[in-house]
Design a protein around this ligand. Structure first.
Ligand SMILES: C[S@@+](CC[C@H](N)C(=O)[O-])C[C@H]1O[C@@H](n2cnc3c(N)ncnc32)[C@H](O)[C@@H]1O
Length: 204
């Protein structure tokens, strides 16, 4: 009776002792690869998602070719410097540089800034283009002759105030997709989602 009880106790304690957990080399490799990939994806994707957490959610939506053609038409007869507020992949800045504008872009997403600089280099346009990783609301816009903005409807009223207080006399604003709420454009070009509105600010 007593021996049987002893045997039961020792069997129970043997089964409750767990074998130590060991990861095989290939297991460790897999954990490393999947963990690294997840971390890498997070680092790459975060700058594309974080605009949604800002006061104005302005996501990366590249301008259409037609929209860029309309911007270039709006720039006909203009010269000097150009700034794209939220320059995305940098295409507007580069196209304006091809038309001899000293062309700058400000953009929050570091990957897009990096890509824009790389593309400028690849196309031999580094000389008269610059891309800054900067918040467009904190950017000094007072030295530019032409400013392009492809924004969202909700931000246009505050942007208009920024233009009114900061733009230099005679600065041209080219608004894509959404107009400024209480100003009359001196011309509009295109239709539908590709339409651009052109304003002259603080005329001397
Ligand atoms: C609608 S996309 C326009 C991209 C480019 N201008 C074009 O037309 O192809 C707006 C861009 O603004 C950037 N952005 C959003 N908030 C910003 C901010 N506060 N300062 C600078 N860039 C911003 C986004 O990352 C995105 O690339």
């Amino acid at each position: 009776m007593c021996a049987a009880a002893d045997l039961t106790v020792s069997l129970n304690s043997a089964s409750s002792r767990k074998a130590p957990f060991h990861l095989t080399t290939s297991g460790k490799f897999l954990v490393g690869i999947t963990g690294g990939a997840a971390l890498g994806l997070t680092v790459i994707c975060a700058p594309f998602v974080t605009p949604a957490l800002r006061r104005y959610c302005l996501p990366y939506v590249p301008a259409t070719n037609e929209q860029i053609a309309n911007i270039l038409t709006a720039l006909k007869g203009r010269k000097g410097s150009l700034l794209d507020l939220g320059s995305g992949d940098g295409r507007i800045v580069l196209e304006a540089a091809k038309e001899k504008f000293v062309s700058h872009g400000v953009e929050l997403n570091p990957w897009l800034v990096f890509y824009s600089k790389f593309d400028a280099f690849r196309r031999g346009l580094s000389g008269n283009t610059k891309f800054y990783r900067k918040d467009l609301w904190k950017c000094d816009i007072s030295k530019y002759d032409n400013i392009v903005i492809f924004g969202v409807d909700q931000m246009m009223s505050d942007l208009q105030k920024k233009f009114q207080t900061e733009c230099k006399p005679g600065c041209n604003i080219i608004a894509c997709r959404y107009p400024l709420p209480s100003m009359s454009p001196y011309k509009t070009i295109g239709h539908g989602i590709d339409k651009v509105w052109v304003y002259n600010f603080n005329a001397p």
